[in-house]
Design a binder for this molecule. Structure first.
Ligand SMILES: Nc1nc2c(c(=O)[nH]1)N[C@H]1C(S)=C(S)[C@@H](COP(=O)(O)OP(=O)(O)OC[C@H]3O[C@@H](n4cnc5c(=O)[nH]c(N)nc54)[C@H](O)[C@@H]3O)O[C@H]1N2
Ligand SMILES: Nc1nc2c(c(=O)[nH]1)N[C@H]1C(S)=C(S)[C@@H](COP(=O)(O)OP(=O)(O)OC[C@H]3O[C@@H](n4cnc5c(=O)[nH]c(N)nc54)[C@H](O)[C@@H]3O)O[C@H]1N2
Ligand code: SF4
Ligand SMILES: [Mo]
Length: 743
């Protein structure tokens, strides 16, 4: 080694603060750089949320991986043949913008659709912003299957959202019900410590989950209900609380309308009846109801477990809202705090919701508005009207609410019904793996009616293999972050980019900016993402760089409680509408009975003879974030193959050994997973891993990186009967049969 080089390598590495590249949570890191190259990534312990999950150690493998997409590619063979030509960004952008202009001019802006995935950071909001400026309401982000159903119902009943990210406040919250959520696996490991701390200071913890999760293991009460029956459970709790007079009479009298109708609705959900539906002992239903109604303040969390139940979703999410309201737990510290007022940024102005509603070129609502009007532009207009007195700009989380249903996006491509979608931009979603009925999505992606499909990602996903252009996205180390979950709260954390993007990777923001500038949106898009953040932060009076340089790079106003005492609730009546006028205006029954999922031992007993097991899917694994990270060897070693959790007795009856290969079959077909015994499960319930693919397999047709092998979404239907009241997919509470692969 030359002397000068030796000195350089012995020098202290440069240390920079930034975010973890592994997933969209954007946790804070400290990266050691040598000659500008990252050599070590560690959690930034001094930051608001250090990167400390089981995946965080793989940051460099993710960032440097040989399979990353690094240059823009254009397809030269047939779709799925794997023949690509490297092209310049300029060529890609010119061609893509040209095609978007042609489609818009010939078929209207609605013929262009965008697909996005789970939370991926600033590119998500930029995509919505582009869609609003362009005039298409057909932006489908996976918030669609990931919370929208619960948030819409909260808007309908009390006009605000008080559920996401909710954890008990130690020493304040007296009762916390984690309902279909498992924060230690899905948020971060330190939530387990927080839950334990809250318990030590007196919080009673209830977990409602068919599986004995990390949260259930430390709970005071674990409710092991039959998947899909959450609505009945909620109505059973309401029955007890109302009939025993345990509700907050003063709050109900002063602030709620529709109480008598609610009381009438829940009369038939006696503990005995609900026990029969949910497979939970009647005494436990009564116990949980009394606990939640008397130990106040109390929290009812948001959770994926209740928003992916198909037909059974509406009563579940409304039931939770009714419980929060009649116990007087709304907008109180330690209970359900409303935090969706992003006053510290001009996020809402920047999203151009008005433009979406009144766009000069848009003549049609989204492709599913005729079936599920609750998630439509028309609904958005109503929500904004209802909220106007309390929240004049609307909530920041509006970015979650007006998505078209995926099943209708595929119909619009394949059958041009209700009108054609001809161009698709997919950014940050592994659609073929993530959404129900993968074969139908395949049909859409290979349809000649789809004239252009652009995918921007870090990896060649099965969907990217079928696209016309694939664009390289920068990762968390290469881009700045203004954490804030699209205005879901008024809390923002800022982290600078650690390094400039490598190869020809670009920020997702840049795709929308560059396309916007070619499509009449000049002047709308600051040159850099940092510049956009500066613009967003104007109301806070701080620049992005200043915020990011603070010791604690965090804006965190004191949460307000009981705002309703001044302005009322953000509904048409100003009250909590137990009987929602908004749902009525949109043609829904605001006080619906509990409905069984489309397939269940009760709704389809004939089908249940052939498919006797109740199946739920997709609970978060600590080693993966949904479909992601299957490339990372160290994580794969921990969880190499898709697993099917099954009770040992049931398995033995079927001739299945622990760890052996099984087929999971529904009327749509079968996929292969590996049996994992779980003796805490109900013997008639199984849990199938969601979102599996095998990037080590050939990416081209017919394997498409193993997308057909274990992906449970191959066998999950997406017809309208299976979707919920907003058109979301039905992932939890289905039927299946399981048998050994040898048979
Ligand atoms: N059966 C079943 N299916 C489910 C679920 C279930 O419970 N059961 N859960 C549903 C839920 S909640 C969700 S949110 C969805 C998730 O569905 P998706 O969002 O589609 O899945 P992810 O694996 O999170 O990410 C998708 C892609 O984003 C890419 N990506 C990561 N970061 C970036 C970035 O910064 N820029 C760009 N351009 N790309 C990036 C990744 O490489 C990956 O290919 O799945 C849903 N599907
Ligand atoms: N490590 C890791 N973290 C993640 C993710 C990940 O994949 N891995 N995914 C991210 C995403 S996109 C999201 S949306 C969040 C989701 O985070 P969570 O809201 O915690 O959701 P999940 O982990 O999908 O499922 C929560 C629980 O629902 C239970 N469940 C299944 N069916 C039912 C049912 O019918 N009723 C009830 N009550 N419960 C049921 C499952 O057993 C599971 O334990 O996590 C995010 N964080
Ligand atoms: S992998 Fe995701 S959750 Fe884990 S530290 Fe990185 S950004 Fe945070
Ligand atoms: Mo999600």
């Amino acid at each position: 080694m030359q002397a000068a080089e030796k000195i350089a390598s012995e020098q202290e590495p440069e240390i920079k603060r930034g975010t973890c590249p592994i997933c969209g949570m954007g946790c804070f890191t400290e990266t050691q750089l040598r000659d500008g190259i990252p050599v070590k990534v560690k959690p930034d312990r001094a930051s608001p949320h250090p990167a400390d999950c089981p995946r965080a150690g793989q940051a460099l493998d993710y960032h440097d991986h040989a399979e990353r997409v690094n240059f823009p590619l254009k397809r030269v063979g047939g779709r799925g043949q794997g023949k690509w030509q490297r092209i310049s960004w300029d060529q890609a952008l010119e061609e893509i913008a040209g095609k978007l202009a042609t489609v818009r001019d010939q078929d209207g802006p609605e013929a262009v659709a965008m697909l996005g995935g789970s939370f991926k950071g600033p590119g998500d909001a930029a995509a919505w912003r582009f869609a609003n400026l362009f005039g298409t309401p057909n932006r489908m982000h996976l918030g669609k299957n990931c919370g929208e159903a619960e948030f819409l119902s909260e808007w309908a009943v009390y006009g605000e959202i008080g559920a996401p990210g909710m954890l008990p406040v130690a020493g304040v919250t007296k009762c916390a019900i984690l309902w279909g959520v498992n924060p230690p696996a899905s948020w971060s490991g330190h939530t387990l410590t927080m839950l334990q701390a809250a318990r030590r200071q007196g919080t009673k913890l209830v977990v409602i989950d068919p599986r004995r999760t990390e949260s259930a293991a430390i709970a005071d009460i674990w409710v092991r209900l039959r998947p899909g029956t959450d609505g009945a459970f909620a109505y059973g709790m309401l029955n007890v609380i109302i009939n025993e007079g345990l509700y907050d009479r003063d709050f109900v009298e002063r602030w709620c309308i529709g109480f008598d109708e609610l009381k009438a609705l829940v009369q038939k959900y006696t503990p005995a009846k609900v026990a029969e539906i949910t497979w939970v002992p009647a005494a436990q239903i009564v116990e949980v109801a009394r606990l939640y109604a008397t130990e106040k303040p109390g929290q009812l969390s948001f959770g994926l477990g209740v928003v992916e139940l198909g037909k059974a979703t509406l009563s579940a999410v409304l039931g939770k809202n009714f419980l929060r309201a009649i116990t007087g737990n709304l907008d109180v510290r330690g209970g359900q705090v409303f935090d969706d007022h992003p006053e510290l940024t001009c996020f809402r102005e920047e999203m151009h919701w008005e433009r979406l509603i009144h766009h000069p070129l848009r003549t049609r609502d989204n492709v599913s508005a005729h079936i599920w009007p609750v998630a439509s532009v028309r609904a958005m207009q109503l929500y904004l009207e209802a909220m106007a007195k309390v929240n004049p700009l609307g909530p920041g989380s509006a970015a979650y609410m007006v998505y078209p249903a995926p099943t209708c996006v595929w119909s619009a491509i394949i059958d041009r019904d209700p009108y054609p979608i001809k161009a698709l931009i997919t950014q940050g979603t592994n659609t073929l793996v993530a959404l129900a009925n993968a074969k139908r999505i395949y049909q859409a992606f290979t349809s000649p009616n789809l004239e252009m499909h652009v995918v921007m990602d870090h990896w060649m996903t099965p969907g990217a293999q079928l696209a016309d252009y694939v664009l390289p996205a920068s990762d968390g180390l290469e881009r700045p972050n203004l954490g804030g979950m699209w205005g879901f709260s008024n809390v923002y954390s800022a982290a600078p980019r650690t390094i400039e993007p490598r190869y020809e990777r670009r920020d997702d923001y840049q795709l929308w900016r560059e396309l916007g500038n070619r499509l009449g949106q000049q002047g709308e898009w600051p040159e850099t993402l940092e510049g956009w953040f500066d613009q967003l932060l104007t109301p806070a009076g701080v620049s992005f760089a200043e915020l990011a340089a603070r010791d604690l790079p965090w804006l965190f106003p004191v949460p307000q409680a009981k705002r309703y005492e001044q302005k009322g609730f953000a509904t048409f009546s100003g009250k909590v509408e137990l009987k929602s006028s908004l749902l009525e205006k949109l043609g829904y029954n605001p006080l619906p009975a509990f409905e069984e999922p489309c397939w269940s031992p009760v709704s389809t007993p004939e089908l249940a003879k052939d498919y006797p097991l109740v199946m739920t899917t997709g609970g978060s694994s600590p080693f993966y974030y949904r479909s992601q990270h299957k490339h990372l060897k160290k994580l794969r070693r921990q969880h190499p193959y898709a697993m099917l959790q099954i009770h040992p007795q049931t398995a033995q009856g079927l001739g299945i050994a622990d760890g052996s290969a099984v087929y999971v079959e529904t009327p749509l077909g079968r996929v292969r997973q590996q049996a994992q015994f779980a003796d805490d499960l109900h013997p008639q319930v199984v849990h199938a891993d969601g979102l599996w693919w095998y990037p080590e397999q050939s990416g081209t047709e017919p394997t498409l990186a193993g997308v057909w092998e274990s992906n449970i979404n191959v066998v999950i239907p997406d017809d309208p009967d299976h979707c919920d009241y907003a058109g979301d997919n039905h992932f939890r509470g289905l039927l299946c049969r399981v048998y050994p692969v040898e048979r």
